[in-house]
Structure formats: C-alpha cells, structure tokens
Write a protein that binds this ligand. Structure first.
Ligand SMILES: [Zn+2]
Length: 179
C-alpha cells in the first residue's frame, strides 16, 4: 500500500501505484513481502512507485504504471526500474488454483509439486513487454522471509513493520533520487 500527499498534505491518496511529474513530491511504497518497484525516467522527469503483490502482478499494475508514465511524457526505453526486497520464489508458495491462473496468463510451466510464484521475474517480464530495456531493470535477489536481520516479512512474522521505497524528482535540478 502506498500513500501520496500533495504540497498541502491535506488529501493523501491511497493506492498500489502512483505516478508523479511534480518536483519535490516524494512517492512512498510500504511493503513486507510484496514487491516494491520504483520507476524513473530522469530525462523526462517522471517517476512511479508500485506495490506489486500477487493481485497487482496478476492485474499488470507495473504495465499500468508505465502507461501512466508515458501519459505524463515518459519514454519506456528511458525508464529505469529498481526492485526492492520481496518474498522469493523459495518462500512464496501459493495454492494450485492460483498458480494455474498465473500459468495460463504468463505462460509458466505446469504446476510443480510445490507451486510458488516469483514476483520479481513476473514483473520484470511485464516491464520488458511494456518497452523497458532489460539492462535498465535492476532486481534484488534477497528474500524478505529468509533475511530476518534485514527485512520485515509478513509471512514470517504476521504483525510486522514495513520496508519503504521512495521515489522523488528533486526540486529545481535535473537530478533524480531513487533509493
Ligand atoms: Zn525465501
């Protein structure tokens, strides 16, 4: 879940994806197992922050974010993507029914004995389909559930904190902050 606030901070919006071309307004995504994605076109000064759980991934939220960025002037070939930590395929077991829905939509292999999803690999392929260059997509191969010293994990801990991913266009400069 992400939340955005305008300069007066009076009307924060809550959504799983946000796009901005307004300098000085940071976009924040909070996650604990779901995949956080930061997208940035530095040349055209458009950024996006996306919270991609299995629902958002299935509904192609990353492709929707790219489309919204293009609507704000971005060029997919110029967009850089950074993936934050998420629950790895090693730990993200899903039911056979859900797996088969993904398998049909994303041409995955037939259900293995322990069906599981790799949100990073799925979203990387979605972004490439959307026109991003593979070399502009940096993923992080660290499972949230397997790294209790580093990350919060909802599947591991139940009640837990959240990782924050932030994207912003700096005020009055050409620099872009992605962290
Ligand atoms: Zn794991």
């Amino acid at each position: 879940m992400g939340a955005g606030a305008g300069p007066d901070a009076s009307e924060p919006s809550r959504a799983d994806g946000m796009v901005s071309d307004i300098p000085g307004v940071p976009l924040v995504i909070l996650t604990a197992d779901c995949l956080p994605i930061i997208l940035a076109d530095a040349r055209h000064k458009v950024v996006a922050a996306v919270h991609a759980g299995w629902r958002g991934t299935f509904d192609m939220i990353a492709a929707n974010a790219v489309a919204a960025m293009v609507g704000a002037g971005a060029n997919p070939a110029a967009i850089e993507a950074r993936f934050g930590p998420y629950i790895g395929e090693c730990c993200f077991e899903v039911g056979a029914d859900l797996y088969s829905r993904f398998a049909d939509k994303f041409s995955l292999a037939a259900a293995p004995d322990r069906p599981s999803l790799d949100l990073g690999r799925l979203n990387k392929s979605i972004l490439i389909e959307s026109g991003l260059r593979p070399e502009n997509i940096q993923t992080l191969a660290l499972c949230t559930r397997d790294n209790p010293d580093l990350f919060y994990s909802w599947r591991r801990d139940g009640v837990t904190g959240r990782q924050a991913a932030v994207a912003a266009i700096k005020n009055a400069s050409n620099q872009l902050v992605v962290e």
